[in-house]
Ligand binder design. Sequence first.
Ligand code: FES
Length: 174
Amino acid sequence: MAWITKNSGTMQIDRRDEPYLTDEIKQKLEDEVVPRYDTRMAVTMPALHLVQDTHGWLPQQAIEEIAEFLGLTASQVLDTATFYEEYWLKPHGKYVIWVCQSLSCELLGQQGLTQQIGEHLGIGPGETTEDGKFTLMSVECLGSCGTAPCALVNHKLHENITADNFQKVLDALE
Ligand code: FES
């Protein structure tokens, strides 16, 4: 086992003039979310969700803007954003394929399916195709173990998937 370290001190951050945490998002948070919590720190996750829903992912500049808005450090916000796999710290494809890797799906062939999907798209789990169309992800139980193996494509659940029927799903998206 090896620790993989990043030199965050010299990391280059892409910045743009327009903020990701827009005045509109700030106002929505102040009006609808902040009053529901005792601390501004508790608003971290809703703020991350709102920014991600608006922009599709969470650039480092957005993490810093959320931190400043909530009176936190950027590392505190980043701690939360990196803990949950639902937050995207890099852009993802137009279609995100989440293949379940938990027990029922594992027993019914998830590994072979993931490999087959990855080979078809030319990517591995956690990667995005060069054209930005597909991202392949592994995920824990999707709550549909009785119809394993399962995968989500964005928010649509596909059950009892096989190499053949999932190929048709991919063909339709391509
Ligand atoms: S194990 Fe795959 S849906 Fe539950």
